[in-house]
Design a protein around this ligand. Structure first.
Ligand code: GLU
Length: 434
């Protein structure tokens, strides 16, 4: 299939490098074939609505000016305002932003939210900048995006290397640049804010908690216990840490972790809170954690375990390592961690994959609760947030599980079919303007 993102290496005539967009389009096309998606709607959904690229200057601590490139891709808004995170990472580019925006459209549709999908970020390594520089970069990026975001139009949230602090800066900058009478009414321009600034209690853990819930619901369907199950986590950030925290509470055992700095293993078990405190004290790195031995990077995915949770970046499970995976369940905390070729190998081996658009949707569901809280001038209690999140996640899991059983298809294809059918229905009801 010809795609818009394949990059050809002219000198060596190597096979084209597969981008993230190739991956999401292949997933989409295969589900579109399954449901017989209307050809006009296939055309619309295969492309993004808007792509905003901004280059903006920021003064560094030493007085020099640096130019940054930021992206916001708005894939589709048939079901509601664009929704999705902003990431700060050297891998952020237009291909990644397009693919990630598309995944958000499927995710919000599958979760039954009144949102479309968007994604963006800045191409940078945040560890190279001071807190003051990151604040100025974030504020200037928000100013550059200007009216391309808004509480009823496009609502960013945290993603890789962005936090509640980042969201507080965005909200403050956005509100400060509105006309006076509109300022405080625009708090819900972003979600994932700190609790003191309109944030939702429980939003911090919602993605990891949702990953854990999906694993729990899967185990219940299989009549299996989580107690004693061994699991490995790639990425020990917000998603990986919280998923591990809740799995450990159920008696499952964390046996290996990989982060950007290194990999560790202990088949007897790694205490999640000890590792969390260690990494906090070591600039976010798990390397040299005393309770575990270090592991070669390339051996991480072949570690003995029952459950594997990729919770870092995309394209991590590929044809290079899928065959070595020991886990029988992959729970995708990250977006796009398994590429199409890797997935094929896993499915042939009988491995179950709980796909990203279902598995990590707890974050955007909690974002929706935060948005409602702000819009309605309410303050929700943690127990209500958790109860509502449990219900939403269970409904989505059951829908995907039952569809996959009745149509005899894998979970990802089932999740896509449900998601794209909901969008198709909206287009058929409304028609195409003019
Ligand atoms: N960045 C998260 C995701 O990929 C959350 C998005 C949101 O809350 O809008 O789902």
């Amino acid at each position: 299939m010809a795609t818009m993102t394949a990059v050809k290496d002219k000198k060596t005539k190597k096979a084209p490098v597969r981008g993230m967009m190739d991956n999401v389009l292949e997933q989409f096309n295969s589900a579109a074939d399954q449901v017989g998606l209307h050809p006009n709607i296939r055309k619309i959904l295969a492309i993004t609505n808007n792509e905003i690229i901004v280059n903006f200057p920021v003064k560094m601590d030493n007085g020099d000016v640096e130019i940054f490139t930021g992206y916001r891709v708005q894939h589709n808004n048939a079901l509601g305002p664009y929704k999705g995170g902003l990431r700060y990472h050297p891998t952020v580019d237009i291909d990644a932003a397009r693919a990630l925006a598309m995944w958000m459209t499927w995710k919000t549709s599958l979760a039954g939210l009144p949102y479309g999908g968007g994604k963006g970020g800045i191409k940078l390594d945040p560890s190279k900048y001071s807190q003051g520089e990151l604040e100025r970069i974030t504020r200037r990026f928000t100013f550059a995006l200007a009216d391309n975001i808004g509480p009823e139009h496009d609502i960013p949230a945290p993603d890789v290397n962005t936090s509640s602090q980042t969201m507080a800066w965005i909200a403050d900058t956005y509100m400060s640049t509105r006309p006076p009478a509109e300022r405080t009414a625009n708090q819900h321009v972003v979600t994932g804010k700190p609790e003191g600034s309109g944030g939702l209690e429980g939003r911090d853990r919602a993605t990891g908690y949702g990953v854990y819930l999906n694993i729990k619901y899967w185990a219940q369907r299989k009549n299996e216990k989580l107690k004693g199950k061994k699991f490995i986590v790639q990425g020990f950030g917000n998603v990986g840490y919280w998923a591990a925290h809740f799995l450990e509470e159920e008696g499952a055992k964390l046996v290996a972790v990989q982060d950007a700095f290194g990999s560790i293993e202990n088949q007897k078990g790694i205490t999640v809170e000890d590792l969390f405190n260690y990494s906090k004290a070591n600039n976010g790195s798990i390397v040299d954690f005393p309770e575990a031995k270090s592991l070669q990077k390339e051996n991480f995915y072949s570690t003995t375990c029952d459950i594997c949770i990729p919770a870092a970046l995309g394209n991590q499970i590929t044809k290079e390592n899928a065959g070595d995976i020991k886990a029988t369940l992959i729970a995708e905390g990250a977006n796009g961690p398994t590429n199409v070729e890797g997935e094929k190998i896993l499915l042939e081996k009988g491995v179950t994959i709980i796909p990203d658009i279902l598995c990590n949707s707890g974050g955007v569901v909690a974002s929706y609760f935060e948005w409602l809280q702000n819009r309605n001038g309410e303050l929700w209690q943690l127990e209500d947030v958790i109860a509502k999140l449990d219900k939403k996640m269970k409904d989505s899991f059951d829908k995907v599980y039952e569809y996959s059983e009745s149509e005899a298809m894998d979970f990802r294809t089932a999740a896509y079919c449900i998601a794209i059918k909901r969008i198709e229905k909206a287009y058929i009801q409304r028609g195409i303007f003019p």
